[in-house]
Design a protein around this ligand. Structure first.
Ligand SMILES: [Zn+2]
Length: 188
């Protein structure tokens, strides 16, 4: 895990739910400093950690929050959006036919081809590298002797969040560490 230990442009705040878990892992729940300050002044959040960066006006000075926690618990949506990114995330950014994890080669495959009535849904779309996609072509899995490692289905929000933990974004402020990847941090 790569950690850049300085504030990024915009000093975003990591947003935690009222239970101090990130509101979401992927995309990581981040608010701009403007939105964070607004929420602080509206008493909607508690500041948990701060940047060294301060904002000033004539009668006011404050360090920008780097971690904030909602005062009211927000229930997560029950079903994740059917997006290209979420399909990749469900399939751990790996080809479901050969296991290749080269992201540049990653495409989507209709398990049952569109020409055979296959739909563009959670249960018929898998991540596939372009060579596998090409090799399978318009054939049924049985004809091509190519079956996805995991039968595709709609993941739960929880499953997607868990997957998201394995694919952290490139930038992580040090003050976010306590709220992320607890299990990873504990390992030597
Ligand atoms: Zn492949």
């Amino acid at each position: 895990m790569q950690v850049i230990r300085h504030a990024p442009d915009g000093c975003p705040a990591l947003v935690l739910n009222a239970d101090f878990r990130p509101l979401s892992y992927f995309p990581l729940s981040l608010w701009s400093w403007q939105d964070s300050l607004k929420a602080v002044f509206l008493d909607r959040v508690d500041v948990v950690a701060e940047y060294e960066t301060t904002v000033r006006s004539p009668n006011f000075e404050m360090k920008l929050p780097s971690v904030i926690a909602l005062r009211q618990y927000v229930n997560h949506a029950r079903t994740p959006a059917f997006t290209r990114f979420n399909v990749f995330l469900r399939d751990a950014f790996s080809c479901q036919y050969c296991g290749d994890t080269n992201r540049d080669m990653l495409t989507f495959d209709h398990v049952i081809p569109r020409s055979r009535g296959g739909k563009t849904t959670w249960s018929n779309i898998v991540a596939a590298c372009s060579p596998c996609n090409l090799r399978k072509g318009g054939r049924m899995p049985v004809q091509a002797k190519m079956h996805p490692y995991h039968a595709p289905r709609q993941p739960s929000m929880y499953e997607l969040n868990e997957k998201g933990r394995a694919f952290p974004p490139n930038y992580l402020h040090e003050s976010w560490q306590d709220y992320l990847y607890w299990d990873v941090e504990l390992e030597p």
